[in-house]
Design a protein around this ligand. Structure first.
Ligand SMILES: Cc1ncc(COP(=O)(O)O)c(C=O)c1O
Length: 379
């Protein structure tokens, strides 16, 4: 029997037609018809007027770090329980990283874990919306605005998810989304950078275009294009954009399917939570999820490993997620913070299969296995 995989990239029927169109047309670099279509999709659906398609979410975060104009002594507060790009993008600018702990009830960082870390040197706070579940943004936004601190959303996993009705990535100064092939909407490697701070919009197009005013030149606003700022080559190629556009058209139906699967996991596993065998994702009232990942939190790393092995032996893929960055081989010796919640999510969180091909029978089977595991081994 075929294994139930953790994730599987979605492919739409229009993908090949769009890619062939790009190849026939011959314009393969960024800024062509499909780049414009994707951008327009975001402008319309995300109600934003400043969106850049990048070749990864890492690129989008690096754009954010450049736009923040970080200096050597500046401090950036960020989650420890996140992907390494959240940290690298800012560290590349030479600032100091201060890791915030996850909340007790969620892998996300929050007001409670951020506030004690703020100093006069804090220049920027990065939040990451784990599994597309929103961080509580309003208190952070008010605080950051009052203190003159910039706020960035790593919304890598958050396409289509919202906070109080607003799409994640559009709430802070800058938002970054990923279209890596592990994501619900993907084009292999890809991302986008959403600029919400009006004071950053003009500079963003220079940073995006290798520090040149090439976009102004294309609009006939200048007679030649020159090197005018610091920047890099961030644009998504037209081939990626064609693939991305073929998927964006399906966002709502994909999201609806993921949420059906997510809700079924939640309801079938609730009894195990009641009996304190595991913890289910908590979704605060302000958050509308996209169902991109489903995860459970076990009591210990041993139980997690045993369950993972048991599922694997029964044809079900599962996986842990991030390794806490504050103890990483690269940054751990520069950091002596104690972040127990990040450590716990590193050791005890297990992701279960969720993608466009996972159906209700699969979830019944997976949950049945999880019940059987606890009956056999942990009564
Ligand atoms: C939280 C987070 N931030 C950033 C990234 C980087 O995304 P990309 O692979 O598109 O650069 C990832 C990748 O999965 C991620 O999980």
């Amino acid at each position: 029997m075929e294994k139930i995989s953790l994730y599987k990239p979605f492919q739409s029927t229009s993908a090949l037609t769009y890619i062939e169109e790009v190849l026939e047309h011959g314009k393969l670099a960024s800024g062509g018809k499909f780049s414009i279509s994707c951008k327009n999709w975001f402008l319309k659906n995300y109600q934003s007027d400043s969106v850049y398609l990048t070749s990864s979410c890492t690129d989008a975060l690096e754009m954010a770090a450049l736009l923040a104009d970080l200096k050597q002594d500046d401090e950036v507060i960020l989650p420890s329980y996140t992907f390494v790009s959240t940290a690298n993008a800012f560290l590349l600018r030479g600032c100091k990283l201060i890791f915030a702990d996850s909340l007790h009830s969620s892998p996300n960082i929050g007001w409670e874990t951020i506030l004690p870390l703020v100093t006069v040197k804090t220049k920027l706070i990065v939040v990451m919306h784990y599994a597309g579940i929103s961080v509580d943004m309003d208190p952070l936004k008010t605080f950051a605005r009052d203190k003159g601190i910039l706020l960035v959303e790593d919304a890598a996993q958050a396409i289509g998810a919202r906070y109080k009705g607003k799409y994640l990535g559009t709430i802070s100064d800058i938002g970054a989304i990923s279209f890596h092939s592990t994501k619900m909407i993907s084009c292999g490697e890809g991302g986008c950078c959403i600029i919400n701070n009006p004071e950053m919009k003009q500079r963003a197009e220079l940073v995006f275009e290798k520090g040149t005013n090439r976009l102004a030149f294309q609009r006939n606003e200048v007679s030649k294009y020159e090197w005018v700022d610091l920047g890099s080559s961030y644009g998504m190629s037209e081939l990626q954009a064609a693939l991305l556009f073929s998927q964006l058209e399906y966002l709502e139906s994909l999201r609806a399917h993921h949420i059906t699967i997510w809700n079924l996991y939640q309801s079938l596993l609730r009894e195990l939570q009641t009996h304190e065998k595991l913890i289910l994702p908590e979704v605060p009232d302000f958050a509308e999820v996209n169902g991109t990942h489903f995860f459970i939190v076990l009591k210990s790393s041993d139980v997690r490993m045993q369950l993972k092995n048991f599922l694997n032996a029964n044809g079900v893929d599962s996986s842990f997620h991030y390794l806490a960055l504050h103890r990483s081989p690269y940054y751990g010796n520069r950091n002596h913070q104690n972040l127990p919640n990040a450590d716990r999510f590193e050791s005890c969180l297990l992701r279960l299969p969720i993608h466009h091909e996972v159906n209700e029978n699969n979830v019944l089977q997976i949950c049945g296995l999880i019940y059987a595991f606890f009956q056999k081994t942990h009564e």
